[in-house]
Design a protein around this ligand. Structure first.
Ligand SMILES: Nc1nc2c(ncn2[C@@H]2O[C@H](COP(=O)(O)OP(=O)(O)OP(=O)(O)O)[C@@H](O)[C@H]2O)c(=O)[nH]1
Ligand SMILES: [Mg+2]
Length: 469
């Protein structure tokens, strides 16, 4: 952080990847950029703007071919100068890029000459830090820059680009604006507390607070989803007694681990086993059949069952062929409906795959049909499980890892403050207290975008960058 908050310095660094390449890019940023370059860079005479002064007097970003002289080279070096005169550049200040041949020793000479002429080496992430300080991007977007650079595959890149485009920032900005408006109304009301002027009605107040809280919920889910995705996915087999859950458990696992019988209520303790389905690491869990019971042991089995379903990432809900379809009400993120014992189907001898017999007006996908005794159908079920998990991941993952980790606490803090605010508003007590909670929520949200930031947060984020970005 030694140099970081010296925004008057002109900074320079290699912006292209290190090593030999056809093209190399040297990036220069700071208020003095034009001064530094104007008596060094020589535009080609046949270009429309012939003098360096004219190049740097332009008000729009421009590319100019020309040359620069280097002490150790006997002839001038060809470069393309890209120049952004001001606020529309990446850093929000005067910015130039020299595009030239990507030879490491030559690039080094160019940088050495820039430092001799008054620039200093940029620190890791300093260009992006300047973009943040100039208000060009917020912290979540700064992290997304890092996510784009570090993306290991297409899906990570998509997530990072979405965040860079402002996915998270826009949602947060809206929640913050709503709360700021509300706070302004409340505070106006406080100023006129002695008079009979009400700036915001009680019902409206509660509704607006609840609305703001609801806007945060999907963001909290996203930040937690990301944390969750590193571990094994919990896939729970559930359904009516005798639906064939334990038989399916064994078939998916490929060994006989669970007790199976045609007596209802065979499974009591739940059973868990780790395995991979189509490359996705899961913990498969077999549970007791769903029933209302009176006996103590069965009651405990039902409790365990509910607990497992509650913790599940995916519930595979089994109902046997010929039995009625159950409607599934679980808090699990996702449910896959499965028709078991498909071999009992008289309709079609090859009746595996998707069961299209359900009501035509149903908007739910058709259940997957499976027979525990038919390995092909068991494989199909594995693929369906993997697909469903992949769907949950891609719909849930909209934040890059470092942002999710950093924002989780702030989002929860904001949500807690809003919950307290709703409670206060519903009891119609002190508006002063209410304003405090809203300010708390705003402060937490501000930490995420960087409206409220500390050197420590900046250090943590920008220290991960590489030089030149
Ligand atoms: N025909 C046929 N029978 C099956 C199939 N899967 C299970 N069964 C039979 O259905 C009966 C119940 O199987 P289980 O696997 O114990 O059923 P469960 O859902 O675990 O039952 P509970 O633990 O009591 O809830 C057994 O007699 C199994 O042989 C199948 O795919 N086809
Ligand atoms: Mg069982």
């Amino acid at each position: 952080m030694r140099h970081r908050l010296h925004p008057d310095d002109v900074i320079a660094a290699l912006a292209s990847a290190p090593g030999p390449a056809p093209r190399g890019i040297v990036r220069i940023s700071g208020a003095g950029t034009a001064n530094l370059l104007s008596d060094w860079f020589l535009p080609d005479p046949d270009d429309a703007t012939t003098t360096a002064e004219m190049v740097f007097a332009r008000r729009t970003p421009w590319r100019t071919p020309g040359t620069i002289a280097l002490p150790d080279l006997w002839q001038p070096l060809r470069v393309d100068l890209h120049y952004w005169p001001g606020t529309r550049s990446y850093t929000g200040e005067r910015l130039a890029e020299l595009h030239l041949i990507g030879s490491p020793p030559i690039l080094e000479m160019v940088l050495a000459e820039l430092f001799r002429r008054g620039a200093r080496p940029a620190e890791p992430g300093e260009f992006t830090l300047r973009a943040f300080l100039a208000g060009r991007i917020d912290l979540a977007q700064a992290e997304a820059v890092l996510g784009v650079i570090d993306a290991a595959d297409d899906s990570e890149l998509r997530v990072a680009l979405g965040q860079l485009a402002g996915g998270l920032s826009n949602a947060l900005a809206q929640a913050r604006n709503d709360l700021l408006d509300l706070l302004a109304d409340l505070e106006a009301g406080l100023d006129f507390a002695d008079e009979a002027i009400e700036f915001v009605g009680h019902t409206e107040l509660v509704a607006r607070l609840q609305y703001a809280a609801a806007m945060l919920r999907p963001l909290i889910d996203q930040s937690e989803q990301r944390q969750r995705s590193e571990a094994r996915w919990r896939v729970v087999l559930a359904g009516a007694p005798n639906a064939g859950k334990s038989t399916l458990f064994n078939a998916l696992l490929g060994r006989s681990a669970a007790i199976v019988s045609n007596e209802s209520g065979t499974t009591r303790d739940y059973l868990a086993a780790e395995m991979d389905v189509a490359g996705v690491p899961i913990v498969l869990i077999d549970t007791a059949g769903e029933q209302s019971t009176v006996h103590e042991i069965e009651r405990q089995a039902q409790e365990q069952r509910s607990e497992q379903i509650e913790r599940a990432d995916l519930v595979v809900y089994c109902s046997a062929w010929g039995e009625p379809h159950h409607t599934v009400a679980t808090p699990a993120r996702s449910v896959l409906k499965v028709r078991t014992k498909a071999d009992l189907a008289k309709r079609t001898p090859s009746g595996f795959g998707r069961d299209c017999s359900s009501a035509a007006d149903s908007v739910e996908p058709d259940p997957v049909t499976v027979s525990a005794f038919d390995l092909v159908s068991v494989d199909q079920l594995k693929r369906a499980i993997a697909e469903q998990i992949a769907g949950t991941v891609s719909s849930g993952r909209q934040l890059i890892g470092s942002t999710a980790a950093r924002t989780r606490d702030s989002l929860r803090g904001a949500a807690d403050a809003l919950a307290r605010a709703v409670e206060i508003a519903e009891r119609e007590v002190d508006q002063e207290l209410l304003a405090i909670e809203i300010r708390d929520a705003l402060a937490e949200l501000g930490k995420i975008t960087g409206a409220v930031y500390t050197d420590d947060i900046l250090d943590r984020i920008f220290s991960k960058f590489c030089i030149g970005k």
